[in-house]
Ligand binder design. Structure first.
Ligand code: ADP
Ligand code: MG
Length: 246
């Protein structure tokens, strides 16, 4: 069985005034895969996501998403071809309801003037309901997003990305600040959404990583330190020394 490669990062390097935050990194992610990236603070994890989504431009190397070379693409085009990215702090519209937040994230949701000019057609409503259910917010559709708990806000933002149906979804520390039960539900959510697409998650909580990761990539000083399944990575002496030992 050969699995479809969705993302191929090769020799990726970014240098900030001579400091290599990411240094000749190779990373390959397949369809249906949920990859977790771990590593100490400053290892370059967030920068890798910044590079893939076009927020930061690579100094050298390549980022292939299917057949597309992303290093040459502007950020908005990278979104258009099917790459979604969630930042650490949720960026939702606090004054709008859950429903409205999902609605304006629907690909047709933004009119030419950026306003909500489209009709709420049945396919849009169906999709919103499906996503709301997935992110555990079916009963909060009319609630103003600013009133949600921190965890619910994180889910809403994941929902806003899901509604665009990205083939690659990247999440930076999605369970930071969540309660135990919210973490459990988020693990369930991530397992579900990796079916049919690829997901990259940056995470520190090793209990959580264990529950979601197919494969784990360990970064250290911008370089790949280790990669493999959870057991292999956890028993790797290099990983224990620079990361898990602390
Ligand atoms: P991590 O997410 O693994 O904690 P980051 O990717 O945020 O690490 O940062 C990796 C290193 O790159 C850090 O030393 C950080 O200070 C540096 N860095 C990140 N972005 C920039 C930038 N835009 N300019 C200069 N240095 C940066
Ligand atoms: Mg980070």
């Amino acid at each position: 069985m050969s699995n479809e490669l969705v993302l191929a990062v090769e020799d990726l390097t970014v240098s900030f005034d001579g400091f290599k935050a990411v240094d000749k990194l190779n990373l390959y992610v397949e369809k249906n895969e949920l990859r977790v990236i771990i590593g100490p603070n400053g290892a370059g994890k967030t920068t890798v996501l910044d590079l893939i989504c076009g927020r930061t431009k690579a100094t050298s190397g390549s980022i292939k998403f299917k057949d597309i070379e992303l290093t040459k693409y502007p950020e908005y085009k990278i979104v258009q071809v099917g790459v979604g990215r969630k930042f650490q702090t949720p960026s939702i519209y606090e004054n709008l309801s859950v429903l409205e937040n999902l609605e304006i994230s629907f690909p047709r949701g933004r009119g030419v003037f950026g306003s909500l000019v489209f009709a709420r057609t049945q396919d849009v409503v169906d999709r919103i309901m499906e996503i709301a259910e997935m992110i555990f917010l079916s009963d909060q559709l009319e609630v103003q997003a600013g009133l949600l708990s921190h965890g619910q806000k994180q889910w809403l933002e994941i929902g806003m990305l899901l509604i665009q149906d990205p083939e690659l979804l990247m999440l930076d520390e999605p369970v930071a600040g969540m309660s135990v039960s919210e973490r459990e539900k988020t693990a369930e959510l991530l397992n579900r959404i990796s079916q049919g697409r690829s997901v990259i998650v940056i995470e520190h909580d090793m209990e959580f990583v264990k529950r979601i990761a197919h494969k784990v990539t360990v970064l250290h000083q911008g370089k790949l330190l280790a990669e493999g399944n959870m057991d292999a990575v956890q028993s790797n002496p290099k990983v224990i020394e620079v990361y898990l030992g602390h």
